[in-house]
Design a protein around this ligand. Structure first.
Ligand SMILES: *[C@@H]1O[C@H](CO)[C@@H](O)[C@H](O)[C@H]1NC(C)=O
Ligand SMILES: *[C@@H]1O[C@H](CO)[C@@H](O)[C@H](O)[C@H]1NC(C)=O
Ligand SMILES: *[C@@H]1O[C@H](CO)[C@@H](O)[C@H](O)[C@H]1NC(C)=O
Ligand SMILES: *[C@@H]1O[C@H](CO)[C@@H](O)[C@H](O)[C@H]1NC(C)=O
Ligand SMILES: *[C@@H]1O[C@H](CO)[C@@H](O)[C@H](O)[C@H]1NC(C)=O
Ligand SMILES: *[C@@H]1O[C@H](CO)[C@@H](O)[C@H](O)[C@H]1NC(C)=O
Ligand SMILES: *[C@@H]1O[C@H](CO)[C@@H](O)[C@H](O)[C@H]1NC(C)=O
Length: 602
């Protein structure tokens, strides 16, 4: 997926490269130490991997081949480097001669990789650390990693350190020593293929971006009320609710995505959203297992609303047949996705939807003391044993709603991981205080779909020619324009999020990581990559090495050049990432800062 041709390198940057740029990879390693240099080291025409043992599926060999192919075909010239501040000198008009590095030094010929446990599986908590060293005189890069997954991260660091010398050769600045490991074990993005279909190739493109930025979890929200694109052998009729016969993930597609991800150190966690957000697919198997499917969603008469967005549909929690179908589908998908973790949804139960179910209304009538909380508990009591039953290593994930929304269940086992999306620090605090492990996806900071306006049609609120009252923000004048989570979350908003603020140490221990969701109502193959990237890379560094320097100071201003460079790098690698700034700002550090004072972000 590499774009073979690159833009011509700018003369300034070539000079910079020759003058030994200490290239900063993204995410910034936890500890990178450059010693005084006699100039960069030249690379041999081919740099070979030396490793005593590989996995049966050649994770290391394939990983290095990928990295080397990228290095050679890109001939990368850093697009944004951290220059001296302030650096408002005039732009040089002609390229100075590029000096080759010291002739006497041996060239770099090998990558030596030493893995202590080559069998460690790609599962939650696997050791992803590595060290990487290029010494003054060595002919090899030395990588030590407990697992192959750590070595893959070393490769994506190394491929960002090796750059063009501007004369057809490759160089690496040295000596450099890196000790690296992630802050959090669960670092990802959430892809929604229920609202719009995303092709397998576009999913590969996201995985490419993830591997380059060391994200290790693809949370795959596979289906929703709108469509069911997932082949299920037990119920072949489910894909009658795909958008077309071509917009379907076959078993082979799913296994290929898992394999492509695994080769890059990325786990794929499927989500089947239950009992809410359920209509498509299920209704083909047994119309009785879902309710309110043909109701008007009724946002205009909100007292009657059956869904937060069209089309409505929820599982019938009381109807017995529901659980038989759920078990079959869940078990079949569990056999396709090798990860121990499985996301079973549990967000946004809408009470009015159940008024369309004779089973639920009768259940309420039998005992007038029953509440929607009792109904949610009924779901937990009947569904969780089915989910847990798949294997003793099964780890369930649910959205926080099942614990914190008005329609929460009374008792949700604390060994279920909660994914938080509402009320930022407040809900993180509440969930961790209750003893749940938490995945941070706070919508105020991490929802990548926000700020794009509303998608619902026949909306008279857009039919406004002026702001009737300047003191009251009109929907389209100062209002959210139909995006409930407006505004758009910029990379700085994401990177600056201190999600452990005010937690006790014990609470902070419960945070397993963060995932940036992209709900796909207004996203398909055309824009999915630009909506994810490069903003997901800001999250990637936040959860890999944090947003602060060794003095505890926010390093957002230094992240700027890293993420601007990384955006260009993503595009060069075939990931269609969005432009963040005028290219002027990419090439001239700090000229586009709002404040000249570099300490205003604390
Ligand atoms: C970073 O690595 C260097 C060299 O190995 C070491 O001296 C230093 O203590 C490390 N710094 C931190 C913050 O771990
Ligand atoms: C590989 O690492 C182990 C410890 O993790 C060390 O004992 C061994 O000497 C290393 N081997 C090489 C060839 O560096
Ligand atoms: C739905 O049913 C509940 C319980 O019977 C009732 O309290 C509620 O008013 C009904 N909702 C609507 C919109 O009729
Ligand atoms: C569900 O099955 C149980 C026994 O397995 C039975 O007692 C109950 O009445 C059934 N409920 C419904 C709503 O069919
Ligand atoms: C769990 O699996 C066992 C064996 O496959 C089966 O007998 C049992 O009914 C299952 N329990 C649930 C709650 O699905
Ligand atoms: C965190 O604690 C500080 C100091 O007690 C307080 O000022 C701040 O409002 C708290 N932040 C949140 C989000 O609760
Ligand atoms: C820069 O900003 C910081 C934080 O607001 C402030 O403490 C410091 O005095 C400022 N420095 C200058 C030179 O204004």
């Amino acid at each position: 997926m590499l774009l073979a041709r690159l833009w011509p390198a700018s003369p300034t940057l070539l000079v910079a490269a020759a003058a030994a740029v200490k290239v900063n990879p993204l995410p910034a390693p936890r500890n990178i130490t450059w010693a005084s240099s006699s100039g960069p080291k030249q690379l041999a025409g081919f740099v070979s991997l030396r490793v005593s043992e590989d996995t049966p599926d050649f994770i290391l060999a394939n990983g290095w081949n990928r990295a080397w192919d990228t290095i050679v075909s890109l001939q990368w010239v850093p697009a944004a480097t951290e220059g001296p501040f302030p650096s408002f000198q005039p732009f040089p008009t002609a390229a100075a001669g590029v000096k080759r590095s010291s002739q006497a030094l041996p060239t770099l010929q090998f990558v030596d990789v030493n893995i202590s446990d080559v069998d460690a599986d790609l599962q939650h908590g696997v050791d992803e650390s590595y060290t990487l060293e290029v010494s003054e005189s060595a002919t090899s890069v030395v990588i030590e990693a407990p697992t192959v997954w750590g070595a893959l991260h070393a490769f994506t660091t190394l491929q960002q350190l090796i750059i063009s010398d501007g004369q057809g050769g490759l160089i690496i600045e040295k000596p450099v020593k890196i000790q690296d490991a992630p802050l959090y074990p669960y670092r990802g993005i959430m892809l929604d293929t229920g609202r719009n279909f995303i092709s397998v190739n576009k999913i590969y493109e996201q995985l490419d971006g993830m591997s380059l930025s060391k994200l290790n979890v693809l949370h795959w929200h596979m289906e929703d009320t709108q469509s069911w694109p997932v082949q299920i052998d037990a119920y072949p009729e489910m894909i009658h609710d795909a958008y077309s016969s071509r917009e379907v993930y076959s078993h082979a597609d799913m296994r290929n995505i898992v394999a492509y991800a695994r080769a890059r150190g990325v786990r794929v966690i499927p989500e089947i959203d239950m009992p809410s957000h359920s209509a498509s697919g299920w209704k083909q198997v047994d119309p009785q297992m879902v309710t309110c499917v043909d109701s008007w969603w009724s946002n205009d008469d909100y007292a009657l609303h059956t869904a937060v967005e069209p089309p409505p549909g929820q599982m019938d929690i009381i109807y017995n047949g529901t659980y038989d179908v759920v078990r079959e589908v869940y078990n079949e998908l569990s056999s396709i996705f090798p990860d121990n973790w499985f996301h079973v949804g549990a967000d946004e139960i809408q009470p009015n939807c159940f008024n369309f179910s004779s089973y639920v209304t009768q259940w309420f009538a039998e005992d007038p003391t029953r509440t929607y909380n009792d109904l949610a508990q009924y779901w937990v009591d009947h569904a969780v044993p089915i989910f847990q039953n798949y294997s003793s290593s099964r780890q369930l994930v649910m959205w926080e709603d099942i614990v914190l929304s008005t329609e929460h269940a009374h008792n949700v086992p604390t060994d279920i991981v909660m994914q938080t999306w509402n009320n930022g620090l407040d809900y993180i605090n509440q969930l961790t205080a209750k003893g749940y492990d938490v995945i941070v996806s706070s919508s105020d900071f991490m929802y990548l779909d926000c700020g794009m306006g509303g998608f619902v049609t026949n909306d008279p609120r857009y039919d406004v020619m002026s702001n009737p009252d300047p003191n009251t923000p009109n929907f389209n004048y100062g209002g959210n324009g139909g995006s409930w989570c407006a505004p758009y979350k910029t990379w700085q908003r994401i990177y600056d999020y201190d999600f452990t603020q005010n937690l006790t140490d014990a609470q902070a221990q419960h945070i397993v990581g963060a995932v940036a969701p992209l709900w796909s109502e207004q996203v398909d193959d055309v824009t999915v990559s630009s909506q994810f990237w490069p903003r997901a890379a800001a999250l990637a560094e936040l959860v890999w090495s944090g947003n602060r320097d060794e003095h505890g100071q926010k390093r957002t201003t230094l992240m700027t050049q890293r993420i601007l460079n990384f955006r260009e790098y993503l595009v060069a690698n075939g990931v269609q990432a969005k432009a963040l700034v005028p290219k002027y700002c990419v090439q001239r550090p700090h000229t586009c800062d709002l404040y000249r004072n570099q300490s205003v972000i604390q």
